[in-house]
Design a protein around this ligand. Structure first.
Ligand code: 48F
Length: 254
């Protein structure tokens, strides 16, 4: 039995990895926008894998606000919650409350059930860049990156890549810097996020969700980060709608 357990896991894991070496969409980051994008892409029959450096995907959604584990969404995002089977209740006006642990686990469950492959404990350390196009990811074990060990990575090729890394926009930053190219952002580079403005940020998150370089799309807080738009705090409608928008753009393109 000991051998069987190990064999089952090793064989299946490497089949999953092998099957994800050349895909339609590779997503960097398993926060709410990345998970929603993974769900809609998988549902549309696209081959999609999401790479998350932490043990648990979910990004900034688990913790609610200041570890009070509730989040707020607006009415516009309710169709996405209904589609994913997330429970919510009206607080007042246009503010709906969701238990953040329920919401985060529901997003992970929906994405994986739809057929998206999630690889946790992977850090994306670079992209594959050929012929002025982003066409894949350079991946490594997260502990290898964290320890600064000198271990070479592996590569994933993908028709499209989504940067959903949140506030840091590390993929867009490295694409612009390493390859000396201009991005499709306000100043051709990563502007960095502005201070908090809930209503403005929720609007611009959707507007800034787009292809910022051939093959490279940006969603969620990273979309605002690259374009110099504000942060928004513990309101998540924009994140969910950004995930849906980026999936829709890619489905139209592929
Ligand atoms: O930050 P995050 O939750 O991304 P998001 O979808 O949502 C933002 C909100 O949580 C919140 C907010 C909304 O009101 O402002 O901040 O934009 O999740 C990003 C995920 O990407 C992972 C990181 O661990 C996190 O789970 N990540 C970041 N860089 C890498 C990465 C990387 N290089 N490789 C793999 N994963």
């Amino acid at each position: 039995m000991e051998k069987l357990v190990s064999q089952a896991i090793v064989e299946n894991y490497f089949n999953k990895l092998q099957d994800s070496l050349d895909i339609d969409t590779a997503i960097v980051g398993g926060g709410p926008s990345g998970l929603v994008a993974a769900y809609y892409l998988a549902k549309a029959g696209k081959k999609v894998a999401l790479f998350e450096s932490k043990l648990a995907p979910g990004g900034g959604m688990w913790g609610g606000a200041m570890m009070f584990n509730d989040i707020v969404v607006q009415k516009e995002a309710l169709p996405i919650l209904d589609e994913l089977g997330v429970k919510y209740k009206l607080y007042k006006n246009n503010a709906y409350l969701i238990d953040s642990v329920h919401a985060t686990s529901a997003l992970i469950y929906a994405a994986t059930k739809a057929g998206a492959q999630i690889f946790n404990c992977y850090t994306v350390e670079d992209v594959v860049f050929k012929g002025n196009r982003v066409c894949g990811l350079v991946i490594n074990w997260a502990p290898v990156s964290r320890e600064g060990m000198h271990v070479d990575p592996l590569m994933i090729t993908a028709k499209t890549v989504i940067e959903a890394t949140g506030h840091d926009c590390m993929i867009a930053r490295l694409v612009a810097r390493k390859n000396n190219v201009r991005l499709n952002t306000t100043d051709g580079n990563v502007a960095g996020e502005r201070s908090l403005d809930v209503e403005e940020a929720e609007k611009t998150t959707i507007e800034n969700t787009k292809e910022i370089y051939p093959g490279l799309y940006v969603s969620g807080m990273a979309a605002n980060g690259v374009s110099g738009a504000p942060r928004m705090g513990p309101i998540f409608g924009g994140m969910l709608m950004s995930g849906l928008k980026v999936a829709t753009l890619i489905i139209e393109k592929l």
